[in-house]
Structures are given as C-alpha cells and as structure tokens.
Design a protein around this ligand. Structure first.
Ligand SMILES: [Zn+2]
Length: 177
C-alpha cells in the first residue's frame, strides 16, 4: 500500500517535470507566432522527442507539437513504433494527433489543458482508446492544467489585442487619407 502511494507520488513529480519541459517548448511556438502547444516523448525516463506547434512557419497543417515530437522520437529509436513511451503535451490532442499516437503505439498520453472544441482524448471524442481498436493508449489529463491553460489564454488575449490595435490603426489611416 505504502509502496503504491510512493510510486504514485514519484510519477506525479516526473509528470510535472516533463510537462514543464513541454511548456517551455510551447513558449518557443509562441515566440514564433504560433499557438503555444508543446510536446515531449519520453522513453525509459529520457526525452527522445520534442516538438512545438509550427503549422504557420512550416506551411503544414500537420506540424502540431505532438506530430513533431513523434517524428523526432521515431528517428531517435529508428522505429515508427514507439513502444513503452509516454507523450506529454500541454493541450489535449486533436483527432489527427490522436490517430498518429495510436499508429505510433505510444503507451500513454499525459496532457495539461482540456480542449473543449477539438479534444480527442475524451472532451469531444475519445480516439485513444475505444472498442474495436486493438491498440489502446492510456491517458491522463489535467497535469499542470491551470498553467497550461493560462499560457494559451495569454496568447489568445494578446493576439486579440494586437488585431484590435491593427484595426484601429487601419481606420485611423483611412481617416487621414
Ligand atoms: Zn493535433
């Protein structure tokens, strides 16, 4: 019993560590003007893949943080099957990423904030684990959720303010003409 409790405590600590790294990667996305989402793939306690959202910069709708981290992990292991890995991501995966996670045979997904609009790990649908699919991915949400959500909300708030300022400026210029 005690051992189990200690194990649970340990894994909560390591979950926080890897989620914080994912948040650092999300900040890189933000610095590039992308929606701040970051992801890491962990194997045997070591990060083997890192990714952040780069869809705009790469002109690639598939360049989500999870996809980038899965690609790097595949190169690292020289195998598209990422057996016994855990993927950490700051935002609940979308259907595309959930599909890639299943194809990659990731063992577990740990995510921060829920995505009420497109979340495919339980919020809107559950593509990670359902009847009829032979690979079930374990998942757990709400790890550092408050911080992950705050990071996203700050980004969208800033972007709205920038758009508003740009609109005002355009109106002002029209007026001047
Ligand atoms: Zn995605």
């Amino acid at each position: 019993m005690l051992n189990k409790e200690l194990d649970a405590e340990d894994s909560a600590v390591t979950d926080d560590v890897f989620m914080r790294r994912a948040m650092e990667l999300a900040a890189l996305a933000e610095a590039e003007g992308e929606v701040p989402v970051g992801a890491v793939v962990v194997h045997d306690g070591v990060i083997i893949g890192e990714g952040w959202n780069r869809s705009i910069g790469h002109h690639d709708a598939t360049a989500h943080a999870e996809m980038m981290a899965l690609r790097q992990a595949g190169q690292m292991l020289q195998n598209y099957r990422l057996i016994d890995t855990t993927l950490y991501v700051t935002l609940e995966p979308c259907p595309m990423c959930a599909g890639a996670i299943v194809h990659s045979r990731v063992g577990k997904v740990v995510f921060g904030a829920h995505d009420a609009k497109t979340g495919a790990a339980g919020s809107v649908m559950n593509l990670l684990s359902y009847e009829g699919v032979n690979h079930h991915v374990l998942f757990q949400g709400d790890v550092l959720a408050t911080e992950c959500r705050a990071q996203l909300q700050a980004f969208f708030k800033r972007r709205r303010a920038e758009k508003k300022a740009a609109k005002l400026l355009a109106r002002q210029q029209q007026h001047d003409d």
